[in-house]
Design a protein around this ligand. Sequence first.
Ligand code: 8YV
Length: 332
Amino acid sequence: MPTSAKKPLVIVTRKLPDVVETRMRELFDARLNVDDKALSQAQLIEAMKVAEVLVPTVTDRIDRAVLAQAGPQLKLIANFGTGVDNIDLDTARNRGIIVTNTPGVLTEDTADMTMALILAVPRRLTEGAAALRSPRSTWAGWSPTWMLGSRIYGKRLGIIGMGRIGHAVARRARAFGLQIHYHNRRRLPEAIEQEVEATYWDSIDQMISRMDIVSVNCPHTPATYHLLSARRLKLLKPTAYIVNTARGEVIDENELARLIEAGAIAGAGLDVFEHEPAVNPKLLASDRVVALPHMGSATIEGRIDMGEKVIINIKTFLDGHTPPDRVHPAMF
Ligand code: 8YV
């Protein structure tokens, strides 16, 4: 019998970097998505009926209805991504399906992108670049009062969610002279607070009403859905900026768009949106918004590292051990 017959069927829902796919082909009976066309819910269900391991991404909604149709052979969902809000973790657990993710390897890339947005919005980076590029550009040279933004150095940055990425953002922001404030479910050990000279706020309301820039770095869970609700967004100073590289669902996007349009919030740097790939048109129309297409972790190195993590999780599981990045519903 050829050895490949014994290999477990691993279905990968999106195209992954070549080296990752090559390794997967070597190790598993890997069914890959070379065209990178996102699966419909019906195709996802078909995959779950036959796969022993499913490797989904943020674009696959693995909800209760989909999980209900999974075949009994499906034992592992090895998510290609850190956020697992695309998966109904409780239902997966109740069906005896283990879920893993890829924490750690996209921390620095996502923190870099967060910092890029923290710099880009107050300093009007994309507006300036667009003004030069426009075919109608009338830039006649330097002017003392043109394209004035607001200073970053010395301002207060409030980080919501001081996990790995939030902490990595704090380290970068400190180097840019920002004062670090944070809210987290649990206060961090004093040594970590001291390292980035961070001030802890138990109350999100009190923190955000005093910040110049608010950065969202928490996962999307039932508890953080619309954490920045319409009520809370109104607490922000009219000179404040919001940056979000976590998940769009954490912010009430319609209200954010409305407040920016009304001049009640100074601007926003957004890498994620509530109803991706749709984006509130008011956000796209605003000069005071820098909008990116969910590319916080989009480096070749990061995506290969994520793939390697997925492979390690699958291999460890198939070898009969607990995969290193197993997630439990209680963690979120
Ligand atoms: C990933 C992310 O690219 O890992 C995450 O949680 O948000 C992204 O950076 C995406 O989720 C891949 O599934």
